[in-house]
Design a protein around this ligand. Sequence first.
Ligand code: FAD
Ligand code: MLT
Ligand code: ZN
Length: 507
Amino acid sequence: MSMINKLSFGIRKFHTTASRLRKYVELTSVRYPLLKRGNFSFLSDRHLGFFQSILSAHQVLTDELNDLSGYNVDWMRSVRGSSRLVLRPKTTEEVAAILQYCNVQNIAICPQGGNTGLVGGSVPVFDEVVLSLELMDEVISVDELSGVAIVQAGCVLEKLETVLHLSNLALPLDLGAKGSCQIGGNVATNAGGIRLLRYGNLHGSVLGLTAVLANGQIMDCLNTNKKDNTGYDLKQLFIGSEGTLGIVTQVALQCQPKPSSVQVGFFGLNSFENVLETMRLSKRNLGEILSSCELIDQSSLECVTTQLELRSPINNFPFYMLLETAGSNASHDAEKLNSLLEILVNNGTIVDGTLAVDSAQAKNLWELRERISEALACEGYVYKYDVSVPIRQFYQLVEDMRIRLGNLPIRCCGYGHLGDGNLHLNITSQEYNPILLNRIEPFVYDWVCQERGSVSAEHGLGLKKRDYMEYSKSPTVIHWMRRVKKLFDPNNILNPYKIFPEQSSTD
Ligand code: FAD
Ligand code: MLT
Ligand code: ZN
């Protein structure tokens, strides 16, 4: 299976652009020459024989018989490993047997879900064995009354959503990659997305999970109660651990009632002050029905409309906002939104806009927001930053960066989850350009640190951001994180080279 095929299979709409993504991806070990392979075992015929003895033939993919490129390259086509083996367990017990063996044999593992991660965490750096969850894709149970779904970790988010809708339930998270990303990958990255504003993050929605530890022990934290205060809540450690503490194999998720009334509006604004005022009044006046509050700047909109040939209902504004409400009473929700818009239009905060009249129009409006990352990828190499910043400074970083970079890049744009203070700053160039990268970094991280923001709001640290952890976490916190990692994975076999900065001998 080639990378292109693997991607185009799942992610919404990617079939249209997959062929335009960059074909050649430099090996990570070449692009980052300072990275050194850990002292792990090299794969031998004996190791392979063991895996073949516990798994069926289609669960063991080797570079001799299969094209493993789709498992070695990330979605952004920015990093490439050279794994020679992909293992595809179907049960928690199979995962446990694999890890127990790898731990004893000192074999490094790279856990992989839908491989839509944006920080280079989901693919091997060198020759780590890929442990793919793709065959663990069952929805085990859905309880309409409590709203709790129990799911195998490899279940693709969109498939889970389809099953939940049958029980009048909805997911507490949604993201542009939902056609490919897996619930286990979402948990491992603590994915945010476009509904976090309404339902909070996965630390709240995940009631329980099963994880397999590096030594093969099965950690059963598959609680399904909303409330459980019996000691430390260890499952939280796996949420956002990016495959470094254990393999998540099952998830118990608190789902939400499926909203019967959804409204989507797309608006043009002339200043960032007006954006903030729209957000402030939307939160205040829409209250509990506000489900998304997203920002798109002019450059992002231009990219998505030109690269993907999408049509925007309004044009030539410096800023656009997408607001969504989700509720249970259409006339009540419409009344609330209309009275908000009356205020915003009458006082000149919103200049122009449109409200979707049906779900097809709503989908078209959402595409203008959700497909920006895909459009940017078509432009060449993307320098992607996903930061939390105080809301008043939300857009200042984009403006400062534009001045700093001048005409070096093709584009420097900003969009994101405004309602959560999460900016996606993206810069593009035709090819990877280290000179441009050095202009951006560490400036961007210094900027965020000075504002006491976070250098990774929702995508995680993976390989690409690991050296910047200290910009958002104190030395003491990093020290204790390392202690936790050592406790759970003393041999460091789980996703080595990820999350933590390289340790100097004095650390
Ligand atoms: P992968 O990419 O395969 O893996 C991600 C990390 O989790 C890796 O470190 C991997 O080792 C680990 N991992 C995966 N599965 C497991 C498991 N079962 N057990 C332990 N570790 C595991 N992210 C957001 O937060 N918000 C967004 O709005 C958003 N939108 C996106 C839109 C697009 C178009 C794309 C391409 C990506 C987007 N992302 C977004 C990033 C990405 O989709 C998320 O990080 C997602 O949660 C990754 O899930 P995955 O199954 O693809 O995991
Ligand atoms: C988004 O919100 O679109 C995603 O996080 C992907 C991106 O940052 O481009
Ligand atoms: Zn996002």
